[in-house]
Design a protein around this ligand. Structure first.
Ligand SMILES: N[C@@H](CCC(=O)N[C@@H](CS)C(=O)NCC(=O)O)C(=O)O
Length: 211
């Protein structure tokens, strides 16, 4: 098994954190997104969409979505569960996971990728192989969505150590990756969001956050 990875990118980081929390040692192949390596022939043979991360099994089977990678590894290595242990927990985690991903990760992507003055990304409104010039209106949409993300994150963390309660889960991984990704778009945790600031401090100090 090996993970096609990119050290600076937020979705590969989600996979790396998940793997680190599980205590797994999966070899990594670094692909340089900023240098455009993901859009070159060699990587497009691995993932024609040009996106990372990708988990490749020894028989050549590949998974090119972060959550699919996590679900697969959770099934293989159920110890230290990160996606829930009962049908109810799993469904609850899935609900929250999607909020963090859509309102946090994807909204940041909208803000970050649609700035006409961002030299590296101004023609990459869409991640991957499709060239699409920046669409400035998406900055407004993404910024508003991130306000919603931070508002709800603060509420979910009220009285909770982690987003789902006492136990660290994939939801925390996606959320902390989204919070750090939002910094790329100069958006940070509002200073009055004390629950979120406390949670961020704790989650960021886990060894997996540095993976
Ligand atoms: N839905 C995919 C999204 C993957 C994705 O967008 N990856 C970004 C890195 S965070 C990427 O590969 N970008 C390539 C590019 O911008 O050209 C997942 O969750 O894995």
């Amino acid at each position: 098994m090996k993970l096609y990875d990119c050290a600076v990118a937020p979705n590969p980081r989600r996979a790396r954190m998940f793997i680190a929390e599980k205590g797994l040692d999966i070899p990594k192949v670094e692909v340089d997104i900023l240098g455009g390596e993901n859009l070159q022939e060699a990587f497009l043979a691995i993932n024609p969409r040009g996106l990372l991360p990708v988990l490749e099994l020894d028989d050549g089977t590949r998974f090119d979505e972060t959550m699919a990678i996590c679900h697969y590894l959770e099934e293989l290595y159920p110890d230290t569960p990160l996606l829930g242990t009962t049908p109810v927990e799993r469904a609850q985690i899935e609900c929250m996971q999607r909020k963090m991903e859509f309102d946090g990760m994807i909204a940041t992507s909208e803000v970050f990728r649609n700035q006409p003055d961002n030299e590296n990304f101004c023609y990459r409104s869409l991640p991957g192989v499709d060239d699409l010039p920046a669409i400035e209106g998406l900055i407004v949409r993404g910024t508003k969505t991130l306000e919603r993300f931070f508002y709800w994150l603060e509420k979910f963390l009220d009285g909770n150590r982690f987003i789902m309660g006492d136990r660290f889960t994939m939801v925390d991984i996606t959320a902390v990756c989204a919070v750090d990704f939002a910094k790329w778009a100069d958006i940070t945790i509002p200073k009055e969001n004390t629950n979120t600031l406390r949670w961020y401090e704790e989650v960021s100090s886990r060894p997996s956050a540095k993976a």
